[in-house]
Write a protein that binds this ligand. Structure first.
Ligand SMILES: Cc1cc2nc3c(=O)[nH]c(=O)nc-3n(C[C@H](O)[C@H](O)[C@H](O)COP(=O)(O)OP(=O)(O)OC[C@H]3O[C@@H](n4cnc5c(N)ncnc54)[C@H](O)[C@@H]3O)c2cc1C
Length: 589
């Protein structure tokens, strides 16, 4: 069979029946107990079976191959990349070789102190130590075994700069540009990005903050010009430039192609097979046929979170829930977590997600990041009152939304801005001064009015309260001190702001009509609760004992970040690292 191709239906059906498979804990399409072990065809036998071709899975497979193991990646979607391909692909790995070479004054002690404070008891010290000690080696391996290179996201501060060990100038990296043409025909199978970079430009995650304010900031205008120059250069060279999550996913995939690792698309895992208490493989739909894939060393669950599974969201997450507010890959429906549960695994952090406020725009939820924190905007609840530092890390804003007060519900809440704000900053793809898409108005995603009272009436908020809130907020803008929510005290608050605004770049008054209200919902980048693992990425049962043969990484596992989010890339960094750790553990077992 060619290296990267999928077995045909015929090859699967003639591949032979299972010999000697013991108990089959089938979840089927998650209907546990379909014991068909003796009759299933065998689609292959590998040292390692990796479930999911996203951040954790492709890193795990690359590591396994580099350690001399035979490995297959099975992927449910007909594209590879998962949420990774959709992402901005910041990667938070303290003390990695890229940031140290750039002069970032990181040390293992500082990183350990900061991570412990951020995770706040939500993960074990042993896992935190494993993440910090393996992260730099993982990144080096990825850079040597794939075309991926990384660059420092200079200035993208850690999210909690008031905590000890934080780096106000940032310790995150992002992938350098990759020419998609290196993937050949596989480029067509790369999952689409969440937001496409406008054609003709090469845009990095770190550019976003500057592009947002390019109309009023000279450096922003320079960054935009650089993006155009890089895009022009790539076009002249006949390249297909990929950055952010597209570069990450393409680069990892290219590494797998070089290493001869097959990635079988449209091959969902149905369940795990267990022989004498050890996980020995998976049942997957291979070319439309339920088949066994044997794993002599172990199975690595890297099938993402359960963000698109409404029943699981309803069971585990704070209410209200919706699958319309998540940005995660649509195939992330908790299959890996359910398969683990079916073989006795413990789960943790199931009420947590990588939260962020979104605007429910007609096409897809819009992750409201820079727009939420630029000066001249504030967030109010349904009583017309502020309830949070609007520039706080996105996860904290949604946590505040879920701290519901029945007298002043926060879901949905409203981002209020004026025309002065709209004249200065981009909003999603709408350039400063230009009207917002009319479809946003018809979808109820935004309202506008010539007066604050008119706006309040349009969104059903008490007008007097909203007027009083804005008057008070404008006073804070004049003094530079937000006496209510300390906006601008944490260094991170200033990341997506406008340096021209003084005395506090986070705070500007709202004064120029018309006024706008954007409806905010509690969105997420994916869920962060899942299978409980140890420092070696081995899955544990409810007694804390290892389930032999079963490993998990990424959003299928309970996050090492615990209840929080350390900085840009705090999901992808650990996902890749524990994928790496899982493969290393199998190789040394
Ligand atoms: C728009 C956006 C921006 C983001 N930006 C960042 C960022 O800048 N930095 C950061 O750290 N994080 C970011 N994230 C979050 C990050 O992308 C995810 O947390 C990360 O990709 C999770 O990695 P993973 O390997 O667990 O899952 P994924 O990368 O989602 O991969 C999981 C894969 O498993 C597959 N799968 C699911 N079920 C099965 C099954 N039954 N059988 C086989 N395969 C299966 C899925 O189809 C998917 O391809 C962002 C997310 C989004 C959506």
């Amino acid at each position: 069979m060619p290296e990267n191709s999928h077995p045909t239906r015929r090859q699967v059906l003639t591949g032979g029946a299972v010999a000697g498979a013991g108990l089959l804990f089938g979840a089927g399409a998650f209907s546990p107990g379909r014991a068909r072990a003796g009759t299933l065809p065998v689609a292959g036998t590998y040292d390692v079976v990796v479930v999911g071709a996203g951040a954790a899975g492709m890193t795990a497979a690359l590591t396994a191959a580099s350690l001399g193991l035979s490995v297959v990646v099975i992927e449910k979607a007909d594209v590879f990349g998962g949420s990774l391909a959709r992402s901005g692909s910041g990667v938070w790995i303290p003390n990695n070789s890229v940031i140290l070479a750039a002069g970032v004054p990181d040390t293992p002690a500082l990183a350990a102190e900061y991570l412990a404070a951020v995770a706040d008891g939500g993960s074990t010290a042993a896992r935190q130590a494993a993440f910090l000690s393996n992260g730099p080696a993982m990144l080096n391996l990825v850079m040597s075994a794939s075309p991926l290179k990384y660059q420092w996201m200079q200035g993208y501060s850690d999210y909690y700069c008031l905590l000890p060990g934080s780096m106000p100038n940032g310790r995150s990296v992002e992938p350098s540009m990759i020419n998609g043409k290196i993937l050949g025909s596989q480029l067509a199978n790369l999952r689409a990005p969440y937001m496409a970079v406008p054609s003709g430009l090469v845009v990095y995650d770190a550019d976003y903050k500057w592009i947002q304010i390019a109309a009023v900031n000279a450096h922003g205008a320079e960054v935009e010009a650089d993006c155009l120059a890089l895009g022009t250069e790539a076009a002249l060279l006949g390249e297909t430039p990929l950055t952010m999550g597209q570069a990450s996913a393409a680069g990892l995939r290219a590494g797998l192609i070089s290493a001869g690792v097959p990635v079988w698309l449209s091959t969902p895992m149905e369940s795990l097979t267990v022989t004498s208490g050890t996980v020995t493989g998976v049942v997957a739909t291979v070319s439309g046929v339920s088949s066994l894939i044997n794993a002599t060393g172990g199975v690595i669950i890297a099938a993402g979170g359960f963000e698109h599974n409404l029943a699981m969201r309803t069971q585990y997450l704070p209410q209200p829930v919706s699958t319309a507010w998540t940005l995660g890959a649509d195939t992330n429906t908790g299959d890996g977590i359910q398969a683990g549960l079916a073989v006795g695994a413990a789960v943790a952090l199931m009420d947590q997600a990588w939260w962020g406020p979104v605007i429910a725009t007609p096409d897809q939820p819009y992750f409201c990041l820079a727009e939420r924190t630029e000066p001249g905007g504030l967030i109010v609840n349904q009583a017309g009152q502020r309830f949070v530092d609007e520039a706080a890390p996105y996860g904290d804003v949604v946590k505040a939304m879920y701290t519901q007060n029945p007298d002043s519900p926060d879901i949905p809440c409203w981002l209020i801005v004026d025309q002065n704000y709209r004249d200065r900053y981009m909003f999603d793809e709408t350039l400063p001064t230009l009207p917002l898409p009319s479809s946003w108005y018809s979808a109820g995603a935004v309202y506008s009015s010539a007066t604050i009272a008119g706006l309040a009436n349009a969104i059903g908020v008490p007008a007097g309260n909203l007027e009083a809130t804005i008057t008070r907020f404008n006073g804070f803008a004049a003094t530079g001190v937000d006496s209510d929510f300390s906006r601008g005290v944490n260094f991170y608050d200033h990341y997506y702001t406008d340096p021209a605004i003084t005395p506090n770049s986070c705070l500007a008054p709202l004064w120029l009509p018309p006024y706008y209200a954007f409806q905010l919902q509690p969105g997420d980048l994916g869920t962060k609760g899942g299978l409980v693992t140890d420092a070696s990425a081995r899955v544990l049962d409810a007694n804390g004992d290892v389930i032999p043969g079963l490993y998990a990484a990424g959003n299928s596992s309970a996050a090492v970040m615990g209840y929080s989010y350390a900085g840009a890339g705090a999901t992808i960094g650990p996902a890749m690292t524990f994928g790496y750790v899982a493969a290393k553990t199998i190789a040394s077992s």
